[in-house]
Design a protein around this ligand. Sequence first.
Ligand SMILES: *[C@@H]1O[C@H](CO)[C@@H](O)[C@H](O)[C@H]1NC(C)=O
Ligand SMILES: *[C@@H]1O[C@H](CO)[C@@H](O)[C@H](O)[C@H]1NC(C)=O
Ligand SMILES: *[C@@H]1O[C@H](CO)[C@@H](O)[C@H](O)[C@H]1NC(C)=O
Ligand SMILES: [Ca+2]
Length: 412
Amino acid sequence: MMSLYVYLLVIVSLCAAETSDKSVFQGVPSDNSFPKWSRRILNSPPFKKPERKFWPPTQKESRFLSLFTVITFPNGDCAGASGDNGTCLTARECSGKGGSVNGYCANGFGLCFMKSCGATTSENGTYFVNSGYPAVFDGTGSCELTVVKSDPDVCQIRLDFVRFAIAGPDQTNHVCNQDQFIVSGGNPVPGICGVNQGGHMYIDAGVGTTNPVKLTFVTSGTSFERLWKVKVTQIPCSTIYKAEEGCLQYYTGVSGQLRSFNYDPASGLQLSNQDYGICIRMERNFCGIQYSVCPDTVNNRSRAFTLSGNSNNPVNSMIGSGAGPNNCANDWLLVPCAANVGRIQPAQALCTDRICGGTFSADLSMQSTTVLSTVKPFRLWFHTDNVEAPVDIDNRGFCLNYVQQPCTNNVM
Ligand SMILES: *[C@@H]1O[C@H](CO)[C@@H](O)[C@H](O)[C@H]1NC(C)=O
Ligand SMILES: *[C@@H]1O[C@H](CO)[C@@H](O)[C@H](O)[C@H]1NC(C)=O
Ligand SMILES: *[C@@H]1O[C@H](CO)[C@@H](O)[C@H](O)[C@H]1NC(C)=O
Ligand SMILES: [Ca+2]
């Protein structure tokens, strides 16, 4: 309702602007809180040409225009000049909160509000961006955002990687030793690097007043065009949409897609030193969950699940926690009591937990299959050590589609 009202005012005001002389606007403050584009429009030649006037300004319109200066803007998400969404604030509000101005929003009124290096925020929904955003940052250093709870009743911080491109891991052991994104002050979070657009993380912020959570992008080494924009959402303890305990990633919905950090079938490298839980909320009336590899349109042989071995060659699936050549002692995805869908009896009774290798299957196989787990709640655990070469080469990590299975006699 509010935005409609503002929108109408804009239209009416612009129509009035066409009809009137610049002097009508003399009551308008000239500071930066007045949108640049409207200043530009009001001062630009077309509006000064007499032939554009189709009725003379009246006293009534001038009075109406004075309203223009006292409009307050609904604070909330809006699209900025760069095409990004930010929080809509006036210039004064924005600088008062230590934010930076990143374009205009709400039809030209108000400004998009983002935070960069060295800032502290207690604002819900803040965007943490690289210095110079939306331009890339090609420099070295440490860029830190301190996140203070907006309320003691906040238990989790959700990070959404709207933009996330920093240098990837080293080619040999896949360790993030050039650039790294680090979260400190909450539960232990593995450092990540590379491209993680669309990814998310839940940070446990503890109960009550706790130390702030710090988000840090460390950039070092060779020239690289870095770009990041991380949405920081504060989640109250009492809400039903907070993540379950112990989940770095939390997905909801009957179906969806799970990807390891820096996954990309063409050039992504599975990150070393990972150890985290991935949880899927059990939807009502669903009792099991099936996983299968995402389509890989880039490679002849799918690399959508390549955790160990040399994935430049076909590699079979490996299972279990033993130390044999077909076991998963170093890097693995843990799928609790995983079994291939359609596995022939009596093997049906058996299941495995760790899966690795270069093929996704709960049996030793060269053929990817759909894997079912009925262990509740639905959780996966991903673990990698700090070594790849010489045995493990060019592994991409994983991309899996999941589909929850309704409760039936077979899935309970
Ligand atoms: C901005 O928000 C709109 C509407 O919510 C959405 O469609 C769009 O994808 C968002 N843009 C970005 C860059 O996040
Ligand atoms: C922060 O915003 C989200 C929605 O964007 C909302 O669900 C959540 O409750 C808010 N957190 C607080 C502490 O108000
Ligand atoms: C796929 O296979 C064809 C024929 O063997 C080969 O020419 C091509 O380079 C392969 N593509 C990739 C991405 O491996
Ligand atoms: Ca490894």
